[in-house]
Design a protein around this ligand. Structure first.
Ligand code: MGD
Ligand code: MGD
Ligand code: SF4
Ligand code: SF4
Ligand code: SF4
Ligand code: MO
Length: 902
């Protein structure tokens, strides 16, 4: 430890601490413009200069670079320091156009603040103004060189924190500007429009274009909330002016560390304020086929009476209700409670069924809990090797992607297992570009090599697992040569990857839908835990088996019991005493039979086993596999109700539409992929007759005869805590408390005193012993043949989110990417006479669509890939509804197609 004084205040710091950090420790403010936390200091603005005396010698230096020495006496505001700072500001202003009153950053500019504080009004160096042109090529922000002080905060943010390196200083000298590499304009490089550089800019040089619509001093309130898109769970403020959200501002949350991606920053509020919102209840007139405006009483009475009629006539199991994974825990809890108490069935589910149900099932079977084992910060900061399987976080979990890029920069090794050249494959030490649908063979091959090399963790296997002998027997057959043939990879790469993973001290497996969305998805997941158990990489920091959950609150939807097999907290319908427990808590008799999975509800609708369906916020016509089959199922229903924000494709088939409200208009909680429960807070009210989703459900429950008292969101969470052991210590009050400090709580959190659980399975698996599942490789359900010779994979891109119901309302996102496309290999394209950009017809056994070809080598020959976001050629007309036997998850990632020039 080192001892020094700062402005006379004694302070003790660790060796290596800078003066700036030491001053922060005792609350002494030193002005900075270029300083960025956790990034090597730039030292370019020189505003943080301080005066340091030691052993009779005095020097001036920048506090961000100077490390503390024993006995330092630091003056942060001496006369000389202040004079130096004035000169620095004077110089900074010399090529900065001073027009503060008309500048959009007025009131929110660090340069302006410091000039005011130090009494610097104008420069005494009337030099040449930087007259390089304004760059407004980015859709969301502009760069004005005349306001730029070349502090490099933007460049360092992009390079070191975002890990993108899209921009740099160009044209050295007085006319220096910031611009995109190689090209100069922002829209021509590799910029992802995340806007983190804009948030870092201390002046108005980088400004969001939407700043034109408000001035910082007009902001009435800033409300801290959680992003409604992916399950990274980024925290930000929404800025409200005149009752409308006008902007966002990244907040230093536990999973995002102040960062946001383009969707959180710029695609998370237009939709809520869109004129396309459904504003009042609608009932379909079956004679005209048109929807007609109804009162809430008419609509809710109709819904309650119809469902009760069907129940009476065909029994409770003829009804089903799905919950929305985009909505808060409190909403979801009430939906499943309504289905169980009023419908009288366990036919409830959520979109995890088509997403990570294989993780929930597979990790439950092998480890005893279906959730991500380690926090995001841990698996990116503490890892030596990251094994990334079937996960494209740069696009699907971009702020996790940014943290993986930081890890790679720090020296962490990266193994990418993905059939495509995703962005991170370029940064990988090893890229196994395997054939789609061969994950189990790959994992067995990895295990074969590990055992062959004697790198397995015998102690861990003996003490903490069972089933090892069986899997050892199975993987003996999976020699690298055999696996290489199945997976179309190089056997030596497989060997290298196995050894790299096994030998690392800390190595997490991070995986996503490339593993789960197969007819063998659950086995794929269990293969992930097999690999981790074999080398003892579970239950400790920087390790684990980590599914990146998809939707903002899909973890929560599963936790809340929107599941045909589980009550809240994974209390099994089939386990003794569980149904009785909930009968006591809810005061009515409940159905003892496990329910029907969402993916089985649609076929059962066609056979009339299911007759009434309630969907709260899902759009299966766009998102479920084999669209014509889904439409047929919805048309077969006797009665179909949708609780939505928008007139989606699915809405066309509804009998009644009930308008709910978005995350900006209500209180609640989302649980991110790390099991972290975080707050969602009401920021605005949108005009119209929409009602709180929980109020709609509660009202309906009463109309169906269940005496459900009215509860606020906070009161619903208290009820959740009372029936869910792993949520026992969670409440809104606690989440808002200083104790939690905006960090959320990670379940299991059984009591009010419990701090939450960052890492699972420490010392013991939730299951007791971890189980090695004996998985054999089984090919995908539909393989290419002569008629349909190409494999189609499907997935997502950075700029849009699932059906685009929300991101599609932000025009700039639609301008960046707005249309269907298909990635195909150049070899196939040449054979078919197709060139990059050509219109193509894509067909499978189930349907046919038009799209645009993107020809290259991102996919291997014989393989192709499409996003499912775009209505002008949606992949789900083609996909195969083959289901996994355990989790009933569809095989979105492999079907057979043909491509022709349109
Ligand atoms: N921008 C954006 N972000 C999103 C979403 C969105 O719609 N848009 N959706 C959210 C949701 S709901 C989810 S679930 C997540 C999904 O996030 P991800 O699973 O990361 O996204 P996908 O694009 O579906 O697929 C991931 C990767 O799997 C690879 N893959 C395909 N088949 C195989 C295979 O057989 N083996 C292996 N190893 N890899 C394979 C694909 O090449 C792809 O790169 O993203 C969430 N985030
Ligand atoms: N081909 C292919 N298809 C896929 C996938 C794939 O990889 N390939 N991935 C699958 C995956 S992983 C998933 S998760 C599914 C997602 O499929 P869905 O869940 O059907 O898709 P979302 O667009 O998220 O639908 C959410 C709906 O809820 C509404 N909503 C949002 N918030 C609220 C709220 O607070 N209240 C109310 N009332 N409504 C709200 C939105 O307007 C939106 O229409 O898609 C699946 N489909
Ligand atoms: S918006 Fe993001 S990717 Fe683009 S330059 Fe700024 S930090 Fe880099
Ligand atoms: S654009 Fe802003 S952050 Fe970047 S160098 Fe200029 S003043 Fe600094
Ligand atoms: S990474 Fe996910 S949670 Fe974070 S801002 Fe982007 S979409 Fe939102
Ligand atoms: Mo998902």
């Amino acid at each position: 430890m080192i001892h020094l004084t700062i402005d006379g205040i004694p302070v003790e710091v660790e060796k290596g601490t800078t003066i700036l950090q030491a001053a922060k420790q005792i609350g002494v403010k030193i002005p900075t413009l270029c300083y960025l936390e956790n990034v090597l200091p730039d030292g370019s603005c020189r505003l943080c200069v301080v005066e340091v005396t030691n052993n009779g010698r005095t020097k001036f230096d920048t506090a961000c670079t100077l490390r503390c020495s024993e006995g330092d006496e630091v003056q942060t505001m001496s006369e000389k320091v202040v004079k130096y700072r004035k000169e620095t500001l004077d110089l900074l202003l010399s090529d900065h156009r001073v027009h503060c009153f008309s500048c959009e950053a007025n009131g929110d500019c660090k340069l302006q603040d410091y000039c005011f504080e130090y009494g610097v009004e104008k420069t005494s160096f009337p030099g040449e103004m930087n007259n390089a042109p304004i760059d407004d090529t980015n859709k969301f922000f502009t760069y004005d060189p005349s306001l730029c002080i070349l502090c490099h905060r933007c460049v360092n943010t992009c390079k070191e924190i975002v890990g993108r390196g899209a921009i740099d200083t160009m044209n050295r000298g007085f006319q220096s500007v910031i611009g995109a590499h190689y090209k100069n304009t922002w829209n021509e490089g590799i910029c992802e429009s995340c806007g983190n550089c804009v948030q870092a800019c201390p002046t108005g040089a980088l400004t969001m274009k939407r700043r034109k619509k408000y001035r910082p001093y007009q902001v009435e309130k800033k409300v801290l909330t959680t992003c409604p898109h992916c399950a990274t769970g980024c925290q930000y403020y929404v800025l409200v002016k005149d009752g409308k959200v006008v902007d966002t501002e990244g907040y230093n949350g536990p999973s995002n560390k102040g960062l946001l991606c383009v969707k959180g920053r710029s695609g998370s509020f237009d939709f809520a304020q869109s004129p396309e919102r459904i504003k009042y209840p609608l009932i379909k007139n079956h004679e005209t086929g048109e929807f007609e405006r109804a009162t809430w009483d008419e609509a809710l009475d109709l819904v309650a009476s119809k469902f009760m009629e069907i129940k009476k006539q065909y029994g409770p199991d003829s009804l089903a209700g799905f919950a929305c994974s985009r909505s808060p825990n409190e909403d979801i809890y009430m939906v499943q409670k309504m289905v169980r108490t009023c419908f009288g069935t366990n036919n409830t589910d959520n979109c995890a069924r088509v997403c990570h149900s294989a993780s929930v099932a597979g990790l439950y079977m092998t480890l005893g809990s279906g959730a991500m084992t380690n926090p995001i910060e841990d698996i990116t900061k503490n890892a030596d090797v990251i094994m990334l399987v079937g996960s494209n976080p740069e696009e699907a979990h971009p702020v996790v992607g940014m943290q993986i890029r930081q890890a790679v920069k720090r020296g962490c090794k990266l193994i990418v297992v993905d059939p495509r050249d995703i962005g991170l494959a370029k940064k990988a030490d090893i890229h196994l570009k395997l054939k789609p649908g061969t994950n189990v063979a790959f994992a067995n091959g990895i295990m074969h090599v590990i055992i062959e090399e004697g790198l397995q963790d015998d102690k861990f296997i003996a003490e903490r697992t069972e089933g090892y002998e069986k899997i050892k027997e199975i993987v003996k057959e999976y020699t690298p040569e055999k696996v290489a043939e199945i997976c179309h990879i190089d056997p030596d790469d497989l060997r290298k990857a196995a050894i790299m993973y096994a030998k690392a001290d800390r190595a997490p497996i991070i995986y996503c839908l490339g593993v789960t969305e197969h007819s063998t998805g659950t086995e794929g997941v269990m293969s992930m835990s097999n690999m981790a158990m074999l080398v003892g990489k579970l239950g400790r920091p920087g390790c684990g088996v980590n599914p990146l959950r998809g939707q903002n609150n899909v973890q929560g939807a599963c936790d809340m019991g929107a599941s045909p097999t589980d009550f809240p907290g994974y209390q099994k319908v089939a386990a003794t005493g569980v149904v009785e427990k909930f009968e006591k808590a809810w005061g009515v008799p409940l159905n003892h039979n496990v329910g029907t999975h969402a993916t089985d509800v649609f076929p059962k609708a066609i056979t009339k086993e299911i007759r009434g369906l309630y969907i709260y916020g899902e759009d299966p016509v766009v998102t479920d596999p084999d669209t014509s089959h889904i439409i047929k199922a919805l048309k077969s229903l006797d009665f179909f109700v949708l609780q939505e924000l928008f007139m989606t494709e699915t809405a066309q088939y509804a009998d009644v539409i009930l308008p709910g409200v978005s995350y900006l208009e209500k209180e609640g909680t989302f649980t991110n992929t790390e099991r972290r429960v975080q707050r969602v807070r009401k920021a605005i009210t949108v005009p119209g007759e929409m009602r709180l989703d929980t109020d709609i459900i509660i009202d309906l429950m009463n109309r169906m005869g269940y005496p459900q008292p009215h509860l606020t969101s906070a009161e619903i969470m208290d009820e959740i805590a009372s029936v869910t052991p792993s949520f026992g210590g969670i409440s809104h009050a606690r989440l808002d408390s200083e104790e939690v400090g905006g960090k959320g709580l990670q379940w299991p959190c059984p009591t009010k005193e419990h701090p939450g659980t960052p890492i699972m399975h420490v010392g013991k698996f939730s299951r007791g012993l971890g189980w090695f599942y004996p998985a054999e490789y089984v090919p995908s359900a539909e393989l290419p043949d002569e008629e349909y010779p190409i494999i189609l994979m499907t997935g997502r891109i950075l700029y849009h989110y699932t059906t685009r119901a929300m991101t599609g309302k932000t025009p700039e996102l639609m301008e960046i990417e707005g249309h269907s496309f298909i990635e195909m290999n150049i070899v196939d394209a040449e054979k078919l006479g197709i060139r990059n950009g050509d219109k193509v017809r894509v067909s499978s056994r189930r349907g046919s669509i038009e799209s645009t070809a993107r020809v290259g080598t991102k996919t291997s020959p014989g393989e192709s890939w499409m996003p499912f976001h775009f209505p002008d050629g949606n992949a789900n007309w083609l996909t195969n509804a083959a289901l996994d036997k355990y989790a009933r998850i569809p095989e979105y990632k492999v079907c057979a197609i043909k491509i022709e020039k349109a």
